[in-house]
Ligand binder design. Structure first.
Ligand code: HEM
Length: 170
């Protein structure tokens, strides 16, 4: 299943390159945030985020980087925790841990993974999460409701030290 998703993603990335020409590349989630990878770079509550929609409109690439050695997270499809499909990540002893959750009120619990690809790194005190997700079911017209948060600990239960909600228009 994972391999099928990866093949699908690579195929869509190749499709993008063919359409856009060799000068542009679509960011592949590798856990390294580079401004040039994203059509849109936003900052909120100390968090730096990047967003990009593939030319065929099928795939969203999103990233968050924050000065913390704890967790970072992005949530999609709702301006509040409630109803948001979230992906949380932290890196401990060099290993990236992820959970894909649905927000319910001010809590969240795991659901079937929705990300096409994901990667997280921790370097020089910054934790970065990059994720690819299908636009369908998340995008409302050209707008994506995004929430973001970070925490100081390497676990998925401790509350955020910072959070933000932002509509992203492609
Ligand atoms: C880890 C467990 C979490 C707990 C216990 C928690 C708890 C809360 C609480 C009590 C509030 C109310 C206002 C405040 O106190 O700041 C809140 C608001 C908020 N949280 Fe969380 N949260 C968690 C995870 C997350 C995650 C993972 C995200 C982002 C992906 C997030 C994004 C937000 C946002 C954007 C708000 C303001 C909008 C709203 O009320 O839903 N939270 N959270």
């Amino acid at each position: 299943m994972k391999t099928a998703f990866r093949a699908l993603l690579i195929a869509s990335l190749l499709g993008f390159s063919a359409l856009a020409g060799v000068s542009q590349t679509f960011p592949v989630p590798d856990g390294v945030f580079t401004d040039g990878e994203y059509a849109m770079v936003r900052e909120a509550s100390g968090m730096r985020m990047g967003f990009r929609l593939s030319v065929d409109g099928s795939t969203v690439l999103a990233s968050i980087t924050m000065r913390t050695d704890g967790w970072v997270a992005l949530g999609f499809g709702s301006p509040k925790m409630d109803g948001s499909r979230m992906i949380l990540a932290y890196v401990k002893d060099g290993e990236a841990e992820f959970t894909e959750d649905l927000g319910k009120g001010w809590s969240h619990a795991p659901i079937a993974p929705f990300a096409l690809a994901r990667a997280a790194t921790e370097k020089d005190g910054w934790t970065t999460l990059e994720v690819a997700l299908p636009a369908e079911g998340f995008l409302k017209g050209r707008t994506l409701d995004v929430i973001a948060a970070w925490g100081r600990n390497d676990n998925f239960r401790s509350k955020h030290s910072g959070r933000a909600s932002l509509p992203v228009s492609f």
